[in-house]
Design a protein around this ligand. Structure first.
Ligand SMILES: Nc1ncnc2c1ncn2[C@@H]1O[C@H](COP(=O)(O)OP(=O)(O)OP(=O)(O)O)[C@@H](O)[C@H]1O
Ligand SMILES: [Mg+2]
Length: 267
């Protein structure tokens, strides 16, 4: 059974407001031709609307598997997931996903990558242009609207991937180590950009990372997973307001929390 150190969130829990996302006793067994492998076992989470939670854990502990089940890209073997009271049975435009590796369409320009989902939805061209322009500004790539992914750096590509996910106005954003491959400088500015977007758009975000500092800096709660099989080891509340800057990383309580989680992951 998971050791729950803190289950309180700074997001006000109210008996009359159900969580945005409910994950109940979810397990995943991968079956290959000669064996079965339990990647995730008995994971439960409750995430409130407009909450930002991060998930940390060692490589291979089932983080991506868990996120893919929430996205509806992977079926659960046991247990259920609900978003807005509806059981997840497959992918939905309501749930945007940003993957671990860069996943832009190489044959489309930056603007067309961002517009992709909007075109599928049949939104009028003028409206699409308005939305695309807004996100190009937000990710600071207005000058690269007509460039192709191969002409962009890793950080720029990941910004486009985030814009593409956000352009569909998903109410839930699922992010799988989106900044994992970036240098420290780019990563820091992307983190600030993401917090800014989250505050403006009031999205509910689940953010996977193996960077403990990043997990604390971004989130209101941090879920710590352990592997073999993947399960929740602890949940930590992050005692800082939603509006934060990089300076918070030097605050004593931030450093203490980082130490605690680091120690937990070493065991
Ligand atoms: N499609 C699959 N078939 C079989 N096993 C899989 C499959 N996908 C993942 N696994 C296994 O499930 C376990 C969890 O994988 P997962 O990708 O969810 O881990 P992770 O926590 O995201 O790791 P990382 O931090 O390295 O991205 C691993 O042992 C992996 O080998
Ligand atoms: Mg992964």
């Amino acid at each position: 059974m998971a050791l729950v150190l803190s289950y309180d969130s700074p997001v006000k829990r109210n008996a009359y407001v159900p969580p945005k996302i409910i994950i109940r006793e979810v397990s995943k067994v991968y079956k290959t031709k000669d064996k079965e492998f339990m990647a995730v076992e008995g994971v439960s989470m409750e995430i409130m609307e407009n909450e930002f939670v991060s998930v940390v854990g060692p490589s291979g502990c089932g983080k991506s598997t868990l996120l893919r089940m929430i996205a509806g890209l992977e079926e659960t073997t046991e247990g259920k997931i609900w978003v807005d009271g509806k059981e997840v049975r497959g992918p939905s435009a309501e749930r945007g996903m940003v993957f671990q590796s860069y996943t832009l369409f190489p044959w489309l320009t930056v603007a067309d990558n961002i517009a992709f989902g909007l075109k599928l939805k049949g939104i009028p061209a003028a409206k699409i242009k308005e939305i695309v322009d807004k996100y190009l500004q937000l990710i600071d790539l207005a000058n690269f609207a007509y460039s192709y992914p191969r002409e962009l750096s890793g950080g720029m590509k990941q910004r486009v991937a985030i814009a593409r996910a956000l352009a569909n106005s998903p109410s839930v954003l699922l992010m799988d180590e989106p900044f994992g491959a970036l240098d420290m400088q780019t990563k820091a500015s992307m983190q600030e950009m993401l917090l800014d977007i989250w505050r403006k758009e009031r999205t509910t975000i689940i953010f996977i990372t193996h960077d403990i500092e990043e997990a604390i800096f971004l989130a209101q709660r941090v879920y710590v997973m352990k592997g073999r099989p993947g399960s929740i080891q602890a949940i930590f509340e992050v005692p800082f307001p939603a509006q934060r800057s990089g300076d918070v990383k030097d605050v004593e309580s931030f450093i203490l929390l980082k130490k605690k989680i680091t120690a937990m992951l070493k065991n």
